[in-house]
Each structure stands twice: as structure tokens, then as C-alpha cells.
Design a protein around this ligand. Structure first.
Ligand code: NDP
Length: 293
């Protein structure tokens, strides 16, 4: 069997197209331009790349992008003052603080200082609680993108066995909540899980969010399962240079799975598309308007 490749890049382009249409309507009918503020502290190279591409795509869908680049030694007080200013700025509908923050800053404190209605990453404790209790919230972008691809590919997820490998607050846990919300039977695996291969073999849906290059081989995958690879890992190529790989061993998994997301070109583009979608949702809610579907 050769797996269907789930084309996250193409799907993300479709999502961005819908966001752009909604933005046009907000501008033309209501005179409102959604705005996304991204705050970057320090000069982490990967974070710089993410922030640049978020800014570019925000503008491409017709929204305003506000980038705030702060020195690595910015004080907590100064960062909280900036967030307070953005919370009170009516032109800003979404606020994203790029993680990880430098060690001297308390990430939980900083994230929880964002107005939950503008928390387009969905990491504020209020949004986490709303998601966990099945209420309307801001949903974290990476798991939301994974869920959209799963629904698109499989239709109803009801009753399927889903195994999420990884229990981080930004991917694993919210992913599990979303799958539970779609009536999957969910297992969350992590570094202490006993006999991980046997656990993964039970899964109709595998979501790998571990951060370990090519950790999951094809013989852990149930034939026909759908594999969503969240991992982004840079490895050395034998001939020199580097390349990006996921948390699953793509070739051996693609030989067994029913469908699989590639890295790059799978989950990554969907994450940014969902960030833009969340910003439009936040803008619509702030103005008492119908939300995008
Ligand atoms: P974290 O490091 O926060 O979490 C990793 C999780 O994997 C932990 O729960 C850890 O378990 C678990 N784990 C580690 N080693 C093993 C192992 N040997 N067996 C089973 N579980 C293990 O990572 P993130 O969730 O932030 O990110 C995961 C991956 O996804 C990374 O590659 C990251 O780059 C990528 N990513 C991609 C995004 C995208 O847009 N595509 C967005 C966000 C992340 P424990 O809790 O027990 O330590």
C-alpha cells in the first residue's frame, strides 16, 4: 500500500483564500481591517523566520501586521506594558507572543496577560479551560490545522482510535482535546509510556508531536492508518548540508499508512493559515459579526 499524501500546502492555500475573502468583506461592508500583532523577544533564528513568514502572509490576506521586535534583555515589566498597550488597541484583534521566550521571562505570566479574546494562539489559561470544557474558545493553531486535515481526509472521526504522541501544552494536549471533541477514543503517549510501539499500533489516527527526528517507524503503524506528522527537525544530510524531517520515518510509514502528511508541506503551512483564520475570528467576535465557518 502507498499512502495518500495529505497536501497541507495546498489545503493551507485554500484556507488562506477563504480568510482573504472574509477580510475583503470585513473591509468593504464594515470598514474594518483585521490586525495581528506579533511580538518577538530576542534573535532566535527559527523564531525570526516564523515571525517573518507570519507577517508576510498576514499582509497577503489583506490584514494589518504589526511586528514588535524587542531586545533579548527586555524586562518583564516592559513586555507586559507592551501587551497591555496591544490589549487596549482597537486596531489589534490578535496578539501572538513568539515562543520560546528568553529564560528570564515567565512565559505563563506573559501569555496569561494577553486579553483572551485576542489570544490567537489559544494558549491563555481561559482558552485552555474553554477548549477543555467544549466551549467556544480560541483554538491553538497547530492542532486546529491537524484537525482540519483529518476531517477533510476522513470525514467523521467518531469512534476512531487516536494516539497523540507528545503531551505539550501547545500541541499534544490541545490536539487530544480536539480529537475527543470529535468523539475519537484518545490516548496521549509520552516519554514514560510503556511499549509505545504497541500503543501506536492500535491507532487509526497517529499524531506525532515529539521533536525527535524520524522516531516512529513504519512497523509501528496499523495498515491504513492516517498519520499526521507535526515534527519539524533539522538533520544533517550524508552529502553535507541539512534537511527538514518530521517525527515519523516518512518512507517506511508511507508504505503502510492510508494517508500521511509530509514534512515540509504538511502541518507547518496549516499552522500559519489557522493563525490567520483565528485572527479573522477574533476580529469578527470583537465587532459582534458572524464568524467565518
Ligand atoms: P515538546 O518538546 O514541548 O514536547 C515533546 C513531547 O514529546 C513531550 O510530551 C515528551 O514527553 C514527548 N517525548 C519526547 N521523547 C519521547 C519519546 N522517546 N517517546 C515518546 N514521547 C516522547 O515539543 P512540542 O510539542 O512543542 O513540539 C513537538 C514537535 O512539533 C517539534 O518537532 C516541534 O518543532 C514541532 N512543532 C511543529 C509545529 C508546526 O507548525 N508544524 C508547531 C509546534 C511544534 P514528556 O512530556 O514525557 O517529556
Amino acid at each position: 500500500m502507498t499512502a495518500t499524501v495529505i497536501d497541507g500546502k495546498a489545503f493551507a492555500a485554500t484556507v488562506r483564500g477563504k480568510v482573504a475573502e472574509h477580510v475583503t468583506r470585513l473591509k468593504e461592508v464594515h470598514g474594518i481591517t483585521p490586525g495581528l500583532a506579533v511580538v518577538l523577544v530576542g534573535e532566535d533564528p527559527a523564531s525570526q523566520v516564523y515571525v517573518r513568514s507570519k507577517g508576510k502572509m498576514t499582509v497577503e490576506v489583506g490584514m494589518n501586521s504589526y511586528e514588535h521586535k524587542l531586545d533579548v534583555d527586555t524586562s518583564e515589566e516592559a513586555l507586559l506594558a507592551l501587551i497591555d498597550q496591544l490589549n487596549n488597541d482597537p486596531a489589534v484583534h490578535g496578539i501572538l507572543v513568539q515562543l520560546p521566550l528568553p529564560d528570564h521571562l515567565d512565559s505563563d505570566l506573559v501569555i496569561n496577560s494577553i486579553d483572551p479574546a485576542k489570544d490567537v494562539d489559544g494558549f491563555h489559561i481561559s482558552n485552555v479551560g474553554l477548549l477543555g470544557t467544549g466551549q467556544k474558545s480560541m483554538v491553538p493553531c497547530t492542532p486546529l490545522g491537524c484537525l482540519m486535515m483529518l476531517r477533510d481526509h476522513l470525514g467523521s472521526l467518531s469512534g476512531l482510535n487516536a494516539v497523540v504522541v507528545g503531551r505539550s501544552n501547545i500541541v499534544g494536549k490541545p490536539m487530544a482535546q480536539l480529537l475527543l471533541g470529535d468523539s475519537c477514543t484518545v490516548t496521549i503517549a509520552h516519554s514514560r509510556t510503556k511499549d509505545l510501539p504497541a500503543v501506536v499500533r492500535q491507532a487509526d489516527i497517529v499524531v506525532a508531536a515529539v521533536g525527535r527526528p524520524q522516531m516512529i517507524p513504519g512497523d509501528w503503524i496499523k495498515p491504513g492508518a492516517t498519520v499526521i506528522d507535526v515534527g519539524i527537525n533539522r538533520i544533517e544530510k550524508p552529502e553535507g548540508g541539512t534537511r527538514l524531517v518530521g517525527d515519523v520515518d516518512y518512507d517506511s510509514c508511507a508504505a503502510v499508512a492510508g494517508a500521511i502528511t509530509p514534512v515540509p508541506g504538511g502541518v507547518g503551512p496549516m499552522t500559519i493559515a489557522c493563525l490567520l483564520a483565528n485572527t479573522v475570528t477574533a476580529c469578527s467576535r470583537a465587532n459582534g459579526l458572524k464568524e467565518p465557518e
